[in-house]
Design a protein around this ligand. Sequence first.
Ligand SMILES: Nc1nc2c(c(=O)[nH]1)N[C@H]1C(S)=C(S)[C@@H](COP(=O)(O)O)O[C@H]1N2
Ligand SMILES: [Mo]
Length: 401
Amino acid sequence: MRDSMTLARRHLLAGSAAALSAAGLASWAGRAAAQTAAPKPLPAYAGWKSQDALILHSSSTLETRRSAFGTSVITPSSQLYVRNNLPAPDAAILQDRDAWTVSVEGVRNPRSLTLAELKTLGVDTVATVLQCSGNGRGFFPSKPSGTPWTVGAAGCVVWSGVPLRSVVAALGGLAEGAAYLTGTGGEKLPEGVDPLSVLVERSVPVKAADDALLAWEMNGEPLPLAHGGPLRLVVPGYQGVNNIKYVKRVAFTAAQSQARIMSHGYRMSPPGTKASPDQPSVWEMGVKSWINGPLPDKGPLKPGMVQVHGVAFGGTRGVKGVEVSVDGGKTWQAAPLIGPDLGPFAWRQFAVPVRLEAGTHVLASRATDTAGNVQAEQREENLGGYNNASWRDHAVTLTVG
Ligand SMILES: Nc1nc2c(c(=O)[nH]1)N[C@H]1C(S)=C(S)[C@@H](COP(=O)(O)O)O[C@H]1N2
Ligand SMILES: [Mo]
């Protein structure tokens, strides 16, 4: 949407540049073209990422282009989206990764542990879909405030770290009354404001701790600063915001965090209401899929065969199957899942060859999770534009011929 607008503008300028140089105004035209050709640079903490694969919404919101999702299951770190609610900490926190400390509370023997100590308590690897709860917000006609992500505030990544349950066991087990797992981010808070208004601290139901990881590696490399290095709380199957980067504290608590990001942010507030702590928080992800190719951005396709491919996931459950429609949801056909199954929290790729004749085609995908839940046709309207899993919103319109 936004990027296609930029493209259109670029074409327009390129066109007018040609016209102007023909009229002998080449130097002006050259300058205009140079100004539009250089994309805004990536922010320093994400400067190692692939500029071509990303849409830069702001210095703290980078989205993977739909066309950059390939057909292998893992999203390369260089193409993975970034979302920071506060400025990322100074890169100096990565100088001595093993010295990073996290305090563990709400266990029988609460204490602070270094990353070096955590590494002695156990290790596991898990593949998860990391997705911002606002992914798909750009499809809400109500234009909720916040980044208008379409599909690219998501990726499938492999984490390695210590299972949280091993840490809890090493500290004597859970204390009485633990109802939530609360994670706190280690960012430096701006001065002169109420800390609770900016602190990144989230609570999830304590059952989520069974699958949670304190991760120090992502996609086979030490966890980059942009993604929460040196240590991140990974809560498989839960929306991105619950996966606390630069985690400084993990607490088993009787109540949810009082931080604004928990009490009022990320709530499923019905339209016309105000956000409040009694509304559902964005926790577990629902069943969702979308098509990543073919896409209309390369212009009209020639009639013939195409491989319709995309991704599908079930949040805390795996995916049982995916169907694809090329007629806007009137008829559906099963689309085989391809590639390795990396477990219930990862996404699956699907691909199906279809013949497209000349005309306009609306391509959609619809996933079913292992419990039989089918991806919804419609989004659930809400103030923040969260949890959009509507297959209709994610459909792709193609012109052939
Ligand atoms: N400490 C901390 N953790 C955080 C955030 C943050 O701003 N600070 N943002 C959250 C949000 S809203 C999302 S969507 C994901 C983004 O993860 P990524 O930047 O690694 O893609 O991190 C979550 N964890
Ligand atoms: Mo997010």
